[in-house]
Design a binder for this molecule. Structure first.
Ligand code: SF4
Ligand code: SF4
Length: 317
């Protein structure tokens, strides 16, 4: 849905101010260290464009560490949730990533509670050389999308907010996706991937990989987690969910000391399979939204798309 009348500057400000009255506002903010982070912005200023942050929006939906429950003095207590807030200045690829996480955590109560409290405002971005987004990859999550002239409602909540701010005329039209971003992405099939399981590129890339996990930590669709129980001497027990990482040596270790993904090549292959082909009910869905964060974060320049291109050439070798 498009609100076809030009969104005057005052209306855009009114929209964002109105969001800020009912919710805390978060937006991408460039720090003095040159790193862009999602931060609370209070009453503004509001960003004019979306910017990809180093740590993606998943940190607000699936926190690095969250207490799932706590047992104290004979009583269980559920996790405490923060109040509603809005995130303004979200990129289109990040809205796709949230859609993907919504599917993965569709039956997860704490994720869904948190998600229901987040109002997401997309904006146009300025792609850089690492961006390879693809409009056709998957649907978008989010509530509204605004540029300097128009506003799109992406959800019923978004539609209500726009109407409350005086946007009443509606028209159909495409969102302003950057064009030509997918040209560098090799389309590798599951069959090609499987046929190249012994390709030299795995050992070569693994010999450089530091197993630092940076690529997975910054990826907006990576979501591996671990559960930790802390028991104190006074009988208090708390269960926490914390981010895990498929590049860590312990990730594939199970009871009895068996490790079903020993070595960096196996872990690299696992991440690529998960990213490009998905698991479970999402098998077949490529979850790489092309944001380029992993390419920027990797200290040794490992690039899954380059590996995919090599695999196509080395299939069966
Ligand atoms: S694999 Fe890399 S480019 Fe793809 S979504 Fe994750 S961080 Fe972004
Ligand atoms: S960021 Fe690079 S070096 Fe670190 S685990 Fe990922 S691929 Fe390996």
């Amino acid at each position: 849905m498009i609100f076809g009348d030009p969104l005057e500057h005052t209306l855009r400000e009114k929209l964002l101010s109105s969001l800020g009255q009912a919710r805390n506002l978060w937006a991408p903010c460039l720090g003095k260290d040159g790193i862009c982070r999602l931060q609370t912005i209070g009453a503004g200023p509001f960003p004019a464009l979306a910017q990809p942050t180093m740590i993606p929006l998943k940190k607000l939906l699936l926190p690095y560490r969250e207490t799932v429950w706590r047992y104290q003095s004979g009583r269980f207590r559920a996790a405490e949730m923060t109040g509603p807030f809005a995130v303004v200045g979200v990129t289109l690829c990040e809205l796709q990533a949230v859609w993907y996480l919504d599917q993965v955590f569709a039956a997860d109560e704490s994720y869904q509670t948190r998600r229901a409290n987040r109002f997401l405002v997309g904006m146009p971005c300025e792609p850089d050389s690492n961006c390879r987004c693809d409009q056709a990859l998957m649907p978008l999550a989010g509530d509204i999308f605004i540029d300097q002239e128009q506003a799109w409602a992406l959800s019923t909540a978004g539609e209500a907010v726009l109407h409350a701010c005086g946007c009443t005329s509606q028209a159909e039209g495409p969102l302003p996706w950057p064009v030509g971003m997918t040209a560098q992405r090799p389309a590798i099939t599951p069959e090609q991937y499987a046929a190249a399981s012994d390709a030299p590129v795995w050992a070569e890339a693994a010999s450089h990989c530091l197993s630092c996990g940076a690529c997975s930590a910054v990826c907006p669709t990576c979501y591996c987690f671990d559960m930790l129980d802390d028991a104190a001497l006074d009988g208090t027990v708390s269960r926490s969910r914390i981010w895990d990482n498929c590049f860590f040596a312990e990730h594939g270790k199970v009871a009895g000391g068996y490790d079903f993904r020993p070595g960096r090549a196996a872990r690299l292959r696992f991440r690529m399979e998960h990213k490009f082909f998905g698991f479970g009910s999402l098998r077949g869905q490529n979850s790489c939204v092309g944001c380029g964060r992993c390419r920027k974060a990797c200290p040794v320049d490992i690039d899954l798309d380059q590996i995919a291109a090599r695999l196509k050439g080395e299939e069966g070798s």
